[in-house]
Design a binder for this molecule. Structure first.
Ligand SMILES: [Zn+2]
Ligand SMILES: [Zn+2]
Length: 230
């Protein structure tokens, strides 16, 4: 069966995410667009995932717990987890490792935490777009300890893509997937064992993917195993 996905969406918790990227708006827009699987992957935190999860459950959308981590080298990687609990724990470790630079909402944007009624229940003070204190290698090892799956993000983007930053994909790190930003060109030859995910990296509602990128699965619940082991 085909399941349409968008596994890279930012909420209003990411400073660069629009103010209307609230849990209800994201989930409702994903439903309208006909998506079956979504992942909200904020920069270096998982704090909006509990609300996203409850709302997805209500709408019959499968939510994959995810975070977009900035490694020490300034490479963006998506980390996907088997359950919310692992994602929350991992998110806290990453957030704690961020430098103590305070966010200035008027310059960088708000970093709001929401409940299922789209009410703001908290704010994260440390600037989330800074790099974590962990190298790419360390992030891969740590994610593995939490049964996480690491997918280099927007590898065809110059800034913060693994190719733009390092110039290559380290062969000692085993990636089953890399992410390519749907609307940007790509001509780097990747290892044939690596599959490609196409996500929106949406920071505003209208940018969330249409039902166009899909995975063939017997059951939607197989998605984690599909990403974990080919
Ligand atoms: Zn990114
Ligand atoms: Zn992103």
């Amino acid at each position: 069966m085909k399941f349409f996905y968008d596994m890279h969406i930012h909420s209003d918790l990411s400073p660069c995410g629009n103010d209307d990227m609230t849990p209800n708006n994201i989930v409702n827009m994903s439903f309208i667009k006909g998506l079956n699987i979504i992942s909200v992957t904020d920069h270096n935190t998982a704090e909006n995932l509990p609300a996203i999860f409850k709302l997805c459950e209500k709408e019959g959308i499968k939510a994959i717990p995810g975070i977009e981590v900035t490694t020490k080298e300034e490479v963006h990687v998506l980390c996907y987890f088997k359950n919310l609990n692992y994602a929350m724990k991992f998110g806290k470790i990453i957030y704690d490792s961020l430098p103590d630079t305070e966010n200035i909402p008027s310059i960088f944007g708000c970093q709001n935490i929401y409940n299922i009624n789209d009410e703001i229940t908290g704010v994260l003070n440390k600037l989330l777009i800074n790099a974590s204190d962990y190298s790419l290698n360390e992030i891969c090892n740590m994610a593995n300890n939490y049964h996480g799956i690491v997918v280099p993000a927007h590898i065809n983007k110059k800034s913060n893509g693994i190719l733009g930053v390092l110039g290559f994909i380290p062969t000692e790190l085993i990636f089953n997937f890399v992410e390519v930003k749907s609307n940007e060109s790509f001509n780097y030859k990747i290892n044939k064992n690596i599959q490609i995910l196409k996500n929106s990296d949406a920071h505003k509602l209208t940018d969330i993917s249409e039902a166009e990128n899909f995975l063939e699965l017997n059951d939607i619940e197989d998605i984690y195993d599909y990403l974990k082991i080919l």
